[in-house]
Design a protein around this ligand. Sequence first.
Ligand SMILES: [Zn+2]
Length: 113
Amino acid sequence: MSDKVLDIMDSMAQDTVTEKPQLVSEDYKTLYTEGCALFSEFQDWYKGSGIAAANHPLKDFIPFADCGNCDSTRVEVIAAQHSIHPHSGDEYWDYELHCSNCEQFTQRSFSEN
Ligand SMILES: [Zn+2]
């Protein structure tokens, strides 16, 4: 990761680690037929059964990182959204990872302001 990304992660991103997914339902592995698909809800969310960060459509906008629990790189993105606030122009994003090493879920969120 670049120094800029590490700075962002250190200063502004928040990690939460849980045993169950928070941004998708618990049956996400069977609920979604694709690894990653766009769902336009209140915000545009990419959700799915899991996709490598390197292949995620938002990889150029979100600095996807490793498991928040064990630092493993064996993670798949199961939910992600990236937005620019229409008035302030502030950037914000959220995503959730599943780790196949420790089987925990990491939710990470970032807000520019
Ligand atoms: Zn892990």
